[in-house]
Ligand binder design. Structure first.
Ligand code: ATP
Length: 497
């Protein structure tokens, strides 16, 4: 060997020293690499999050204990196995083939939905491994969040607007039809405030879509995966208010459920509570609500200490709350608590530009519900719709159209039946309330129904939409008023409470 030629011994010694140094360096580097590898392995296996690393062929190289225990197995039982053997519904091997990352994809494991990302790792352009990661910061909350994801899945995947999501919010901003200037401004503002988490007070006449807007705000907010709980303040008997809203503890009163009951505030935890018809709340209940909102805590009936709440409040009213405050009927301090971000939905008559868009949306919906096809709305009919001033707003428009479909001959909507006090032209302004009764046509039954309806509309107008007051003006119970109003399509909707 050349080393032996010239002073070979010396060379050998020098050479040996060089080799030794090299070997020592290599050994040191090797130890360092080994240590680093051990460190990474330890970090990966003990990662708080669910992580798995597979080679380019899909065989597991490494996996975190969190992931292994989520899969109800052990790290050792997974290493070296093909991902398809150890991870249900995995796509890691597919990502290894396609080389395309899949970010935030839904994956079902043992009946639970989770969100996973799969990322290919390349070295020198060559795919050498794939990393799978469960995208949850807090693995303890995985199962809890899974339950919510399972229900919102149809929305996430298909944008299926009508189906209910886990949170209970049925509608999104896209359901609030209207491209008139005031509606566009309202929607832009609503999207902005949705993110803020502040308390919102929605005002507007009955049937303008206040509840719909509340749903949409929840769905736009960061709380969208949390629950949306609607409470109709006028529908809760005063004696049940506290237990309904704040819940009760085991044995709080005779007849209380053994395990107690969560109130609406607790049910809405990490989500939104929608307090509809807030203007109807009697004074004692206003005080209780104020306390809860002020202190951000509730005291369930029979509890020995208050419980903190984490809810976003959206309230709605068709009353003039400010007027109620000046009349001493609504607490000023509660008003200020609620009136943080006011959103007003203008009545339909002030945004008739929305009528075409509403017809385009409502008619196909009604076609679907009734099975009756409408080809188009005739021009005279459109004029008729434009001339009416819609005291019941979009809800009334929907009912009028629905009735008209049943009355229609053929597939063109030629006319609709509107309440008799409807003006013929816009210039005539508000409905004529005192048209002589004998002017009507039709059978006795039809004319009596017309009269009843007229009375209802008038009472509701006089009471500014306050159904409780309208019922008392007419000397009837609130439930009869609801029934009649529903029958004539001018009252509250079933299920909207
Ligand atoms: N802008 C709109 N676009 C589509 N549908 C609407 C719109 N506004 C209202 N609606 C429909 O009208 C009906 C009544 O809406 P909603 O219950 O939200 O009104 P509201 O203002 O809360 O009424 P109330 O004060 O009587 O409770 C629902 O069927 C709703 O879908």
């Amino acid at each position: 060997m050349t080393l032996a030629w010239n002073g070979g011994h010396q060379v050998r010694i020098r050479s040996n020293g060089w080799v030794h140094r090299l070997l020592r360096r290599r050994a040191a580097e090797g130890r360092q690499i080994e240590q680093e590898l051990a460190l990474y392995k330890f970090a990966l296996e003990n990662a708080y999050e669910g992580i798995v690393v597979a080679d380019a062929k899909g065989y597991v190289l490494s996996v975190s204990r969190t992931y292994a225990s989520f899969l109800q197995t052990e790290v050792g039982a997974m290493i070296g196995k093909h991902v398809t053997e150890v991870i249900p519904n995995t796509r890691l091997h597919i990502v290894a083939e396609t080389g395309k990352a899949e970010i935030a994809d839904l994956q079902q494991i043992h009946g639970h939905w989770m969100i996973a990302s799969r990322i290919p790792i390349r070295s020198g352009g060559e795919l050498i491994a794939v990393v799978g990661k469960i995208m949850f910061q807090d693995i303890d909350r995985l199962f809890e969040m899974n339950a919510k994801y399972r229900d919102v899945l149809p929305h996430l995947h298909y944008g299926e607007a009508k189906s209910r999501d886990a949170s209970g919010a049925k509608y999104g901003m896209e359901h609030l039809i209207g491209d008139s200037e005031p509606m566009r401004r309202l929607k832009t503002m609503a999207v902005k405030v949705a993110k803020s988490g502040s308390t919102v007070l929605i005002s507007g006449e009955s049937g303008t879509g206040k509840e719909l807007l509340a749903h949409a705000i929840h769905r736009e907010s960061d709380r969208r995966f949390g629950p949306f709980v609607a409470v109709n303040c006028s529908a809760i008997p005063e004696t049940l208010f506290e237990s309904e809203l704040f819940g009760y503890k085991e044995g709080a009163f005779t007849g209380a459920r053994r395990i107690g009951k969560k109130g609406k505030f607790a049910q809405a935890g990490k989500g939104t509570i929608f307090l509809d018809e807030i203007g109807e709340l009697p004074p004692a209940q206003q005080a209780k609500l104020l306390r809860a909102l002020q202190e951000k805590e509730i005291e369930p009936v029979g509890a020995d200490k208050p419980e903190p709440i984490d809810v976003r409040v959206i309230a709605a009213t068709n009353r003039d709350l400010e007027l109620l405050v000046t009349e001493g009927k609504f607490r000023r301090d509660l008003y200020y608590r609620l009136h943080v971000i006011p959103l007003h939905i203008p009545p339909l008559r002030e945004r008739m530009d929305d009528l075409p868009a509403l017809l385009r949306t409502l008619l196909p919906q009604l076609e679907g519900e009734t099975g009756i096809q409408v080809e188009r709305v005739s021009e005279p009919c459109e004029r008729q719709l434009l001339a009416y001033d819609w005291p019941g707003n979009v809800r009334e428009l929907r009912s009028v159209l629905e009735r008209a479909l049943y009355m229609m001959d053929g597939s063109v909507l030629e006319s609709v039946t509107l309440p008799r006090q409807a003006p013929v032209t816009k210039a005539e302004g508000r409905p004529q309330k005192n048209a002589p009764l004998m002017d009507g046509t039709g059978s006795w039954k039809e004319r009596m129904a017309e009269y009843e309806k007229k009375l209802l509309v008038e009472a509701l107008e006089r009471s500014k939409g306050d159904r409780r007051k309208a019922a008392s003006l007419l000397g009837m119970s609130k439930s009869s008023l609801y029934q009649k109003a529903e029958q004539y399509g001018i009252g509250d909707e079933p299920g909207s409470e």
